[in-house]
Design a protein around this ligand. Structure first.
Ligand code: AMP
Length: 280
């Protein structure tokens, strides 16, 4: 596995791979890799011949009061995990090389980013789409792999690629969870044992909503209230949003539809957790 911060070396190796008719896959990450990230790498490994993982804690997607400085950066452990997962190229650029002095270009998806994460974290998706556009330009992959865990993010990135005629196919992979149901996240390391227990209310609420739909409940407003209540009645949990939306437009639904996604976000102590579940 090549580990490099050098975009020229990356481009050279991708060009070599292409010349050998290899299918190129890319998994963008901010590091602090867990099994959820590795499941994306394994999917890329299964579908592509040359697998790139990008590791970059992107400053432009963090708000001024967010955890950019304290975001976990276990670089050696991340390298080991990528090597074990069969990554070909680990691209870990510096912030200065991604955003040199005078940097002034941003990519913004309108509409889809107005609600939910976009409303709670102003400017977040502008940072995400800008860095993903840059990473896709640098890596030129046939396929890029994202997690369903960040549901709105994958929807926004799909829209960006479609609108800007970017040739990369976006693959969304299922959310990996710990055995207790908590969605894996690099931010889970911030949780105390008590907060972790409270954090389980997110997946519990999603399952509750799904089960209500399955058992024939048709009052979506009642289901939404139950989704919120399950989290709100848990000590230490402060809900940012709890909704049931259309999986493509992310608009809140008022009636049961064939495809729905329940989206939740809450603060548990100082840590923000998000989760979602598709309700077919
Ligand atoms: P991050 O490092 O948080 O930017 O995440 C990098 C990629 O991993 C994103 O596409 C995430 O959606 C995905 N991801 C994060 N957590 C999980 C998880 N528990 N299961 C599957 N994918 C995940």
């Amino acid at each position: 596995m090549v580990i490099s911060e050098d975009a020229i070396e990356l481009r050279r190796m991708v060009a070599d791979a292409r010349r050998s008719r290899k299918l190129v896959g890319c998994v963008p990450t901010m590091g602090a890799l867990h099994d959820g990230h590795i499941s994306l790498v394994e999917r890329a490994r299964a579908e592509c011949d040359f697998v790139i993982v990008t590791l970059f804690v992107n400053p432009t997607q963090f708000g001024p009061k967010e955890d950019l400085q304290k975001y976990p950066r276990p670089f050696e452990a991340d390298c080991d995990k990528c090597r074990a997962a069969g990554v070909d190229f680990l691209f870990c650029p510096t912030a200065d090389s991604m955003y040199p002095a005078g940097y002034s270009t941003f990519v913004e998806v309108q509409g889809l980013t107005d609600q939910w994460e976009g409303a709670v974290r102003p400017g977040h998706f502008r940072g995400v789409t800008t860095v993903v556009a840059k990473l896709l330009n640098l890596t030129q992959p046939d396929k890029a792999f994202f997690g369903q865990k960040d549901f709105q993010q994958q929807a926004v990135i799909r829209r960006m690629c479609r609108d800007l005629d970017m040739p990369t196919e976006i693959i969304t992979c299922p959310t990996l969870r710990d055995s207790d149901g908590l969605a894996m996240s690099s931010r889970n390391v911030y949780l105390s044992p008590a907060e972790r227990t409270s954090g389980l209310s997110l997946s519990r609420a999603l399952l509750l909503a799904r089960d209500k739909v399955r058992s024939g409940e048709t009052d979506l407003r009642a289901i939404r209230l139950a989704l919120r209540a399950e989290m709100e009645q848990t000590p230490g949990v402060s809900v940012d949003y709890a909704t049931i939306a259309d999986p493509d437009s992310l608009m809140e639904l008022t009636e049961i539809a064939p495809r729905m996604v329940a989206l939740v976000a809450a603060r548990v102590g100082a840590t923000r957790l998000i989760d979602n579940m598709l309700i077919p």
